[in-house]
Write a protein that binds this ligand. Structure first.
Ligand code: HEC
Ligand code: HEC
Length: 286
């Protein structure tokens, strides 16, 4: 009936579309960065971190790295807790990105010790032999400009003290980059909550099995040698010799969950079998 009345139809159609627009667009916009999405523990960048972020943008790191973990099981297993909107409150512009030539970096903060990042940025192949990531050693020669950084802090309205600005004197873009990377994704304390529960009892399935230990050795070269040294002599991480007396299960848990406070990454993503192979390699006397 009302289809015959053009004016009435126009009014009804407009009202319908308006209601839809308000619900799907206007309301979510009003919620962004309000108390509803605010996360108390997410803080603005300090001057050094902000300087690093600007180098990240200048160098186009986001052409190879995204900064958002999607809420999918595979992503959470690989990178950590999925990204929350409130975590990006101080990212202007955001660096979510859409290309992943390299891994996502939204949860990189705290995954490695600073020393790992310095070496990796200086020459990525020294830490990951097969990487195609370019070297950024030249960042060690560029100094951060304190005055420019102060100006940026002012424009963004981020809190800082004169001491923070003074502390920038003599810092390089490399220092700034590492500080920035270590901040990423640490706004929420997800590492503490993420300890992946190990399913079942911790019984070493390969006790005394030589082939498992050999498989563990090649896994060691691939995943551990960059931090613990080719011959387990220690480098960024401690030496890994004389572990033969350690409890198999304890060792497994260190590898599986990492030691987040000490800079030892978790290797749960390798799965239980590979971690047990590594355990058997480490338990070998050499
Ligand atoms: C040509 C693509 C490319 C560019 C450009 C690039 N990367 Fe990478 N990046 C990679 C690849 C591939 C890896 C994985 C292997 C490795 O660790 O080197 C990686 C790994 C990393 C990792 C370690 C991630 C992890 O979880 O182990 C960090 C940190 C990193 N890149 C930071 C940067 C920064 C900062 C820049 C810009 C200055 C940058 N990358 C530019 C390709 C790239
Ligand atoms: C990014 C560097 C890094 C990588 C990669 C790494 N580790 Fe570690 N690892 C560390 C650091 C740093 C510590 C010391 C942590 C602490 O004391 O809290 C550590 C501690 C350990 C410990 C405990 C040592 C002890 O005496 O208590 C074991 C065992 C270990 N790592 C094994 C491994 C194995 C096996 C791999 C490879 C699957 C590996 N790590 C990969 C940095 C690394």
């Amino acid at each position: 009936m009302w289809e015959n009345k053009p004016v009435l139809l126009l009014v009804l159609a407009t009202v319908t579309i308006l209601v839809g627009t308000v619900i799907t667009m206007v309301l979510p916009f009003a919620w962004v960065n309000t108390d509803r999405d605010r996360i108390e523990t997410v803080t603005p960048y300090n001057p050094l971190e902000l300087a690093g972020r600007d180098v990240y943008i200048r160098e186009g790191c986001n052409n190879c790295h995204s900064q958002t973990v999607r809420p999918l099981v595979t992503e959470v297993l690989r990178y950590g807790d999925y990204s929350k909107s409130g975590e990006f409150a101080y990212d202007q512009p955001h660096l979510w990105g859409s290309r992943r030539m390299g891994p996502d970096l939204a949860r990189i903060g705290g995954k490695y010790p600073d020393a790992w990042h310095y070496k990796h940025m200086h020459e990525p192949k020294s830490m990951v032999p097969k990487t195609n990531m370019p070297a950024y050693a030249f960042l060690e020669r560029n100094k951060v400009d304190p005055d420019e950084t102060r100006h940026k802090m002012d424009v963004l309205g981020f809190p800082y003290t004169e001491a923070d600005i003074k502390a920038l004197q003599g810092k390089t873009e490399m220092d700034a980059m590492v500080a920035y990377l270590q901040k990423l994704g640490t706004g929420i304390d997800w590492r503490k909550q993420a300890d992946s529960a190990v399913v079942g009892e911790l019984v070493n399935p390969f006790r005394g099995d030589r082939t498992a230990a050999e498989a563990g050795e090649s896994l060691y070269r691939k995943h551990c040698a960059s931090c613990h040294g080719q011959e387990r002599e220690g480098d960024i991480g401690p030496e890994l010799t004389g572990l033969a007396g350690m409890d198999d299960g304890d060792l497994f848990e260190i590898l599986y969950n990492g030691l987040p406070d000490g800079g030892m990454p978790a290797f749960s993503n390798l799965g239980a079998t590979k971690n047990w192979q590594l355990v058997n390699y480490l338990l070998q006397e050499d």
